[in-house]
Design a protein around this ligand. Structure first.
Ligand code: KG4
Ligand code: ZN
Length: 340
């Protein structure tokens, strides 16, 4: 064993994915995720069921991450875990497990902010992926979060805009529910949008001052529109599904891009990194590419497996905090509302 090597075992359990990853010197050796299918039939995450599933999954997932990395527990340098934000019951499982394991092995324990991790996922050592230079803007978009963050250095970040109600992923998922699509609906809306006319139907964008977002009004507008149309034509949804999806996606992407343009204008920063499950959306990816051509932006999209909730992003924060000697105390607690 090379004593220079830093091996981090990271654990993520903030929402409905139980994940573990092993990293060596910033490179991922394993990245294991057990996604909980149980929530699909409820059309959203059920917190009580999520914590039970975490408890069932945590040991096998960690075991698999170590085996896949060909690493023994005794080789680990430190254990990193998600402290928050997230669901309390879910966070408690990962936190308790990480604390016990670090204590048992007699190695440092490192607490990680999940929102910082989505952003710092860009610093995982990966060939063919460029890292954003400081300062940059990070837009974190998922089923649980919508934020624009000014990133001045690894641990100096400022949230300059965020949603005041639903997250952008919820806007996709709740619209999908109205249309009778499965959960989560984002990927299907994206696929159907490619086959539809984005200007077929118009939905008013919310008027929120500054860099904050709001998506709950859009969801209501879509609901009323669909109810009205279905009253006149019971087959309206099936007759126009692709056009409806394209129009919804066009509106959501427009909302995100308007705020991003404003953020660039206000900060003068043109390096833009995205993260979170919604960054898989092809409409957003296309809009960012056109931002490169039209406005001279440089955009950064991480490898897909590092955009959705995962433990590799927790591992890179663990690695960076380990280098700074920034460890957690033994009495550290899960923190559901942890801020950046
Ligand atoms: O990051 P993630 O896996 O989990 C958290 O919410 O933290 O993100 C899941 C969200 C869901 O709302 C899902 O509908 C959305 O990401 N999503 C997409 C796409 N792929 C996933 N939304 C739009 N287009 C997609 N291609
Ligand atoms: Zn997340």
């Amino acid at each position: 064993m090379n004593p220079q090597n830093i091996y981090i075992l990271a654990i993520e359990s903030s929402c409905d994915d139980t994940a573990a990853s092993v990293m060596c010197n910033g490179k991922i050796l394993s990245n294991i995720i057990a996604s909980q299918k149980i929530h699909e039939e409820f059309g959203g995450v059920v917190p009580e069921l999520a914590s039970r599933a975490h408890q069932q999954n945590i040991v096998p997932v960690v075991d698999m991450a170590l085996k896949k990395a060909h690493i023994e527990k005794s080789q680990l340098t430190a254990i990193a875990f998600t402290k928050g934000p997230g669901l309390m019951g879910s966070l408690l499982v990962g936190t308790s497990f990480a604390k016990s394991l670090a204590y048992g092995l007699g190695i440092p324990l490192i607490d990680v902010n999940h929102m910082q991790a989505h952003i710092l996922a860009h610093f995982i050592e990966e060939e063919d992926f460029k890292k954003p230079p400081f300062p940059f803007l990070a837009m974190t978009i998922s089923g649980g979060h919508t934020q624009i963050v000014k990133v001045k250095s690894y641990f100096d970040m400022e949230v300059i805009g965020e949603t005041i109600d639903d997250a952008v992923g919820e806007a996709f998922d709740k619209s999908g529910k109205i249309l009778g699509l499965g959960y989560p609906a984002g990927p299907e809306i994206d696929q159907r949008a490619a086959l539809g006319n984005p200007k077929a139907f118009q939905f008013t964008k919310p008027k929120v001052a500054g860099l904050n977002f709001s998506f709950s009004g859009l969801k209501t507008a879509i609901l009323y529109f669909i109810q009205k149309q279905v009253k006149e034509n019971p087959k309206f949804i099936e007759a126009h599904l692709n056009d409806i999806c394209a129009s919804i996606q066009y509106t959501i992407v427009g909302i995100l891009m308007d705020k991003l343009k404003l953020a660039v204008k206000e900060t003068g920063i043109t390096h833009i990194a995205i993260g979170g499950g919604v960054s898989a959306n092809s409409g957003i990816r296309d809009a960012l590419k056109s931002g490169e051509q039209k406005f001279g932006w440089t955009t950064y999209v991480p490898k897909f497996e590092y955009t959705t909730d995962n433990a590799a992003m927790i591992a890179i924060v663990g690695h960076l905090k380990y280098l700074e000697g920034d460890y957690a105390q033994q009495n550290v607690m899960a923190s559901p509302r942890l801020k950046i």
